[in-house]
Design a protein around this ligand. Structure first.
Ligand code: HEM
Length: 420
């Protein structure tokens, strides 16, 4: 059977991790073009790794081959988060998913609406039209406050000092996630940052436990209700609350919201009003932003049983990087793939939407999607009901992709009141 083009190189010396981290988009484009294939091999994190940049192959990988794969995140983040669903596989993962999914059904997510509204209303009212606003910073503040309010029951109005402490801890914890000690010394690796992050994790876990004792949040209560009895119950509750309150989720949300405001701001005509008046256009813009700017560049898998993907064999023991960003710009899947064109989603078939992997796909897809859409729509609708915005001229809109994507420079806009 044919093998994917490319070379797995010599251990350590043939490793391409540095090249990948330096510029992952250039790395993929260079390999796609030199191998004339959107599937190629390279040595990454010192392991033979199949890079999957074809839309069709990513879909097949995530939906058909799950049982032959393990998630490959434990080496990166296992210690910094402690046991949670991201580091489990097989039957354990299925059991955890079915418990956790109850927290994020449409019905559950509706119960978080009041909390989300109160954070968003306060933030939208505090926008200052007298000076330009940095969009990513604003979105990060709103999304962090939403996550800590929903997941920990924190009230930022009367607990601002506790809130500031928690936000600072999540930032230190985050720096540890991106400075992971791996077999290879990577560009952003630093030992002391990592140990500070482990301390931050311990402090966050103590806060989580004390918040649970205060019974200050309905979400924590729900996590307790979904947890099965047994020795691992406490670990399940605390570690998943740590995962949800970590900086990862607000960063991903802020990334998409900033990209949306940037693209809507670039468009001529009144797309802003259209977003408010036309739900189909709102949906189309949200889909197109996901396509062009997925917050997570891709995902990792370790092959447990040989896989045949699109006719190519990937043997057990090898790892796989599926590259969402590249699959979303695969010319075989999308016409004019680099152009922001929300109209491609108007009246599209359900099969078209299955070409998006911003939230993964198949049995290990994101369980937080209903909540993401709720937060998204609440922020965009309330923002646009009160304000019009214009991008300031002469800005660099290029994106960085790791560890979570966002425009390299914060996007600056001028807000003016809709009633002025
Ligand atoms: C814009 C925001 C978000 C994005 C872009 C996102 C993206 C993703 C992606 C791509 C995956 C699959 C990873 C893979 O295939 O390896 C995933 C899994 C997951 N997401 Fe999200 N996510 C977001 C928000 C959330 C939220 C708000 C929650 C819950 C609070 C959440 C909880 C999870 C969990 C628990 C998994 C693991 C599922 C499993 O392992 O079976 N995510 N997410």
């Amino acid at each position: 059977m044919a093998t994917i083009p490319g070379s797995v190189g010599l251990p350590v010396f043939g490793d391409k991790s540095y090249e990948f981290y330096k510029d992952p988009i250039k790395f993929c484009q260079k390999n796609i073009s030199s191998h004339k294939s959107r599937l190629f091999y390279a040595r990454f994190l010192n392991k033979p790794t199949a890079f999957i940049c074809s839309n069709k192959a990513v879909q097949e990988l995530l939906t058909v081959h799950n049982d032959s794969l393990e998630l490959g995140y434990k080496a990166f983040m296992g210690e910094i988060f402690g046991d949670n669903i991201l580091f489990s596989d097989g039957e354990d993962a299925r059991t955890l998913r079915s418990s956790l999914k109850q927290l994020f059904t449409q019905e559950s997510v509706d119960t978080y609406q009041l909390t989300i509204d109160s954070v968003v209303d306060k933030a939208v009212a505090s926008i200052n039209p007298k000076e330009p606003t940095c969009v990513y910073s604003l979105m990060k503040k709103i999304c962090t406050e939403i996550c800590l309010s929903v997941f920990l029951g924190l009230n930022f109005s009367d607990a601002s000092q506790t809130a500031d402490t928690i936000v600072a801890l999540t930032t230190t914890h985050w720096h540890g996630i991106i400075s992971v000690p791996l077999p290879l010394k990577l560009p952003m690796t630093s030992g002391s940052t990592y140990s500070q992050a482990l301390h931050a994790k311990d402090s966050l876990l103590k806060i989580i436990i004390s918040k649970r004792e205060e019974s200050s949040g309905q979400f924590a209560q729900k996590v307790e209700d979904t947890a099965t009895s047994g020795g691992l119950r406490e670990v399940f509750i605390n570690n998943h609350l740590l995962l949800f309150t970590s900086a990862l989720v607000p960063k991903a949300l802020s990334s998409l919201l900033t990209s949306l405001i940037m693209e809507v701001g670039k468009k001529e005509g009144d797309l802003q009003e259209k977003l408010l008046s036309d739900p189909d256009m709102m949906e189309a813009v949200l889909l197109e932003v996901q396509r062009l700017y997925p917050p997570f560049l891709g995902g990792r898998r370790i092959v447990k049983k040989d896989v045949v993907l699109g006719g190519w064999k990937i043997p057990s023991g090898h790892s796989i990087m599926y590259v969402t960003q590249a699959a979303h710009r695969d010319p075989e899947a999308f016409v004019d793939p680099d152009t922001f064109n929300p109209h491609r989603w108007i009246n599209c078939s359900p099969a078209e939407k299955e070409k998006l992997f911003c939230f993964g796909a198949g049995p290990r897809s994101c369980i937080g999607q209903h909540l993401v859409w709720k937060i998204f729509k609440t922020i965009i609708v309330r923002l646009l009901c009160s304000w019009k915005f214009k991008l300031l001229g002469d800005q660099d809109f290029s994106h960085k992709w790791l560890p979570v994507s966002k425009p390299k420079q914060d996007v600056k806009v001028q807000f003016t009141s809709r009633n002025a």
